[in-house]
Ligand binder design. Sequence first.
Ligand SMILES: *Cc1c(COP(=O)(O)O)cnc(C)c1O
Length: 396
Amino acid sequence: MADLKVKKPIMEEALAKETGIDWSQAPSPAFVVDERLLERNLKLLKSVQDRTNCDILLALKGFSMWSTFPMARNYLAGITSSSLFEARLGFEEFGKEVHAYAPAYAEHEIDEYLTYVDHIVFNSFDQLNKYKDKVLNHEKNISIGLRVNPGYSEVETPLYDPCYINSRLGIPFESFKPDELDGVEGIHFHAMCEQGAEVLERILVHFEEKYGKYLHQMKWINFGGGHHITKPGYNVELLVSLINRIQETYDVKVILEPGEAIALNTGYLVATVLDIVHNGMELAIVDSSATCHMPDTLEMPYRAHIIGSGQPSEKAYTYRLGGMTCLAGDIIGDYSFDEPLQAGDKIVFTDMAHYTMVKTHMFNGVNLPSICTYNDEQGIKVIRSFQFEDYKGRLS
Ligand SMILES: *Cc1c(COP(=O)(O)O)cnc(C)c1O
């Protein structure tokens, strides 16, 4: 017991030293976004805007913690959305430019959509032609764009490759109709994920070869997201020169819409060890869950970093960390530590602000399915359907 009393403060001290945060104050489990780090990212993004006069938008799909929007709006031009709920959240809480792209817009949603957005990007000529008159006749001035598939990408995980074979995202060049661009003011592509400006440079070669000649008649070009601008070592100079070159060559405004880069390395997920059990190896059960709180560790999959931990067997004490659900596969991963873990220890996962938080809530603002019953007398009975308030209320 004496050991226990001595050890815990040491562990928390190490965490405090690494993060500058007193973790004893944090509830568990909890996402903690460090506003100091967030502001640092925002300042870097603002410097790119200042040097190029491009617009940088926050892609809500990656980070939609709206309590931080008052800070973010000091630095960014607006938001981009890919669902009605995201568009509304951006409109209500961000209050600058609201852009929208969706693989398809539903007829019963389009009118409400248009009340929120300044730009709308369509994914096919059929969608464009279906809604074009409505957009052009809208009382608000809404700019129309088309998302194209540049036909080139370098993303290694198919799940995150918008240009993977048979992709539904963006019009492939074979289906591009140069004579149906009436009313279209912009072109959009999104072909990157966690990548550097060198990849953008190579995509632009392919993009310009195919679509360059149509850019001269456009007002803007949106380079999508996936730019890892705030990652240490990112080539900001190259990005700035690419943006400037495109803007000068085609007389267009460049728009970027990163999600991850805004919140990269700015947040944590703190959890607590509840018990240690043994079955062929040491198993630590924590008050969090891969399935419920960090689904990307199963989906992508990837290994989340825990402060002070090493690979299995790298340090003296190795544990398999499991979540508190009853799902057998709710495994966070195998980690080693310098000291044995014990119930009550806090562990802190890094880089949990982007994607992890939104996936834990209502990802991409896509509404939950309604819940119904069926019986022969009443037919289908809707017991519960979900609203914007349910989405907004799950975030902060
Ligand atoms: C996901 C997505 C983004 C943001 O991507 P990040 O990788 O988070 O920067 C931007 N635009 C579109 C169309 C997207 O689907």
